[in-house]
Design a protein around this ligand. Structure first.
Ligand code: MG
Length: 171
């Protein structure tokens, strides 16, 4: 069960995940989290770097869908200027939103990577749904209220995995 919390890969930032690298892996689509993955949870709009990241993905014909547990207002205001499809109130780690995003991109799960900053929602849900999962370091150390509780559990799991030698990175 704890293995389901283990991402396939971990990188520092979403910006380290380049379309060239994804193409090489045979990936055609990305399902990404929003808060603390693309921008800090309390930042409303995409940064120039993130705008460029979306442009680059488009150039390489890699589809990107944003799925977030946050509400419609937050997710639509962020996603619409990027012309990125999105799912709000996604209730990750439940797999429904992941499946829906894959279906709307018209891609198989083998063609998609899931990116996110949380083990309890993004990685767990992505693994349950059968995707390749990539964990990123959260953009800021602070979190919204619900996330704080998840982080507490996450720290315990990470410590356990570290002790078992299952992970090698530091947070
Ligand atoms: Mg997040």
């Amino acid at each position: 069960m704890l293995k389901k919390f283990l991402p396939n890969e971990h990188v520092k930032s979403v910006l380290d995940i380049t379309p060239a690298k994804l193409k090489e892996m045979g990936i055609k689509g990305v399902i990404t989290d929003l808060d603390n993955t693309l921008v800090a949870w309390n930042v409303k709009d995409a940064t120039p770097e993130i705008i460029n990241w979306f442009k680059e993905m488009k150039k390489y014909e890699i589809k990107v869908t944003i799925i977030s547990n946050n509400d419609q207002e937050r997710v639509s205001v962020f996603s619409e200027p990027l012309e990125a499809p999105y799912v709000y109130s996604a209730r990750k780690p439940l797999i429904h939103a992941f499946k829906r995003a894959a279906k709307e991109m018209n891609l198989a799960k083998e063609d998609i990577v899931v990116i996110g900053d949380q083990l309890m929602t993004d990685v767990l849900g992505g693994n349950f749904a059968g995707f390749h999962t990539i964990l990123v370091v959260p953009i800021v150390k602070t979190d919204g209220k619900i996330t704080r509780l998840n982080r507490m559990m996450e720290r315990r799991i990470l410590n356990w995995m570290r002790k078992k030698g299952m992970i090698t990175w530091e947070d």
